[in-house]
Design a protein. Structure first.
Length: 438
């Protein structure tokens, strides 16, 4: 059975997040999106973990939870939750300041509370749902594994310039350099919004880990913008095994796993905030080649530009573009359904017209991923409009206009030009349906 998991989100107790981030709201949006298992995020925060313990109960699957007193009668429709948190480690190592974010998975509340007890010695866990800890990322991993050997430690948004394991501003050049003797225990890295698996495949050392994709959402509507596609058993041990065998070097063990990592649903990486290099204030946006030509200095102000993800991948790559490691899971790039509808209509995503069309399609096909991945284009047109159906077809076929993001500014994805939008409804979509990778 194919299912989707989004394991990295935040609660309303993290900075710059929606105040509507409650468990019932997350449950509702997970069902709209088609997400079977959600990370809770922020289990280190005292108020949030108190809510988690009060509002969740164990589901039938080991290590997962669902809402208490849920009125949904069909257990298959209930959202499962997995205990997760993102930790921000800021510390000095090898003569440099390092800023590394890691995601922790905990198999039980007992393990989560043991982690919290140890981390509370060095940081104020109540100050932020994503706590800042003055501790080596390796030491954070030690605490997690000591709390339970079944914990997972995943470097978050691994290529982001400022706060990641490979970041150009404060990161490392390898997993081993960061985690030393614990490197074999790192089963996966999170690719982040500004990179996709094909970029990560260029670094052969990453054949040893699975590539994980999550939304890192700060609002319920944004969950699922990146997810993991899995097949098989839905339990904490099965999820860990899926990522253990999701590494290309362990592809031979995949068939025996209770759950398999089929791949990931991705942002178009150009849409991420740090895909290209540049200076946002100076409106300078560069490719890696342009950065090299200018010795990394902004031609407007003369200061060093923020080196983005594409450049950083270039720095560490030992493979050419387009080379896929044998045994690597697939991926598919999509645009969220609300953004497609908004582009077609020519309005913002928060408008009533977009919400109405979104709810109509989700109701007709079950959830957002069914619309984006599986529904026949002709049926989508019948349930909405030919323009929306054409927009979804173009996303499936990667026929988009994208201005890459840089230096903290999201990229801009356009499906139609202004003149095209007017005429789209008059032309049919005679193209053959694209087969789903999943």
């Amino acid at each position: 059975m194919r299912w989707f998991g989004d394991f990295h989100i935040h609660s309303r107790f993290s900075r710059a997040t929606s105040k509507e981030l409650t468990l019932p709201v997350l449950d509702e949006w997970a069902r709209k999106k088609g997400i079977a298992v959600m990370g809770t995020g922020d289990f280190t925060h005292p108020q949030w973990i108190s809510e988690l313990k009060e509002q969740l109960e164990p589901s039938p699957e080991k290590g997962l939870f669902w809402l208490r007193n849920d009125k949904i009668q069909n257990p298959k429709s209930k959202t499962r939750f997995l205990l997760t948190v993102e930790i921000s480690s800021i510390y000095s190592k090898a003569g440099r300041v390092r800023k590394v974010h890691t995601i922790l998975f905990a198999p039980s509340f007992e393990a989560a509370e043991a982690i919290n007890a140890r981390l509370s010695w060095t940081g104020n866990l109540a100050s932020d749902g994503r706590p800042i800890i003055g501790m080596d990322a390796k030491e954070v991993a030690k605490i997690a594994f000591k709390s339970s050997p079944d914990c997972m430690v995943i470097p978050a948004h691994a290529w982001t310039p400022w706060f990641s394991i490979f970041g150009s501003m404060s990161g490392f050049d390898s997993i081993e350099e960061c985690f030393e003797e614990l490197a074999p225990n790192i089963l996966a890295i999170e690719t982040g919004l500004s990179s996709d698996p094909s970029m990560n495949w260029r670094v052969s050392a990453l054949d040893n880990v699975a590539l994980m994709s999550n939304s890192d959402s700060h609002s319920a509507r944004k969950i699922g913008r990146e997810v993991n596609v899995l097949d098989g058993a839905m339990s904490y041990p099965a999820i860990v095994d899926a990522f253990r065998t999701g590494a290309p070097v362990r592809a031979g063990e995949r068939e025996k796993a209770a759950c398999k990592l089929l791949g990931t649903i991705e942002f178009f990486p150009e849409e991420g905030k740090y895909h290209y290099d540049g200076h946002r204030l100076c409106k300078v946006r560069w490719t890696p080649a342009q950065t090299r030509e200018n010795s990394g200095k902004c031609t407007v102000c003369g200061r060093p530009v923020t080196v983005g993800v594409l450049s950083r991948v270039d720095d560490l790559a030992d493979r050419p573009e387009g080379q896929k490691p044998e045994g690597a899971p697939h991926f598919r790039s999509l645009v969220p359904l609300e953004e497609i509808i908004a582009d077609v209509v020519g309005v913002g995503t928060g408008t009533k017209s977009v919400e109405g069309s979104y709810n109509t399609l989700v109701s007709a096909f079950g959830n957002e991923f069914s619309v984006l991945l599986d529904a026949p284009i002709e049926q989508i047109a019948k349930e909405s409009t030919s323009q929306i159906a054409e927009g979804i077809r173009r996303v499936r076929e990667r026929k988009l206009y994208i201005e890459p993001g840089y230096d903290g500014e999201f990229g801009k994805v356009k499906i139609f030009g202004e003149e095209e939008r007017e005429s789209i409804g008059k032309q049919g979509s005679g193209d053959k349906e694209q087969d789903s990778l999943f």
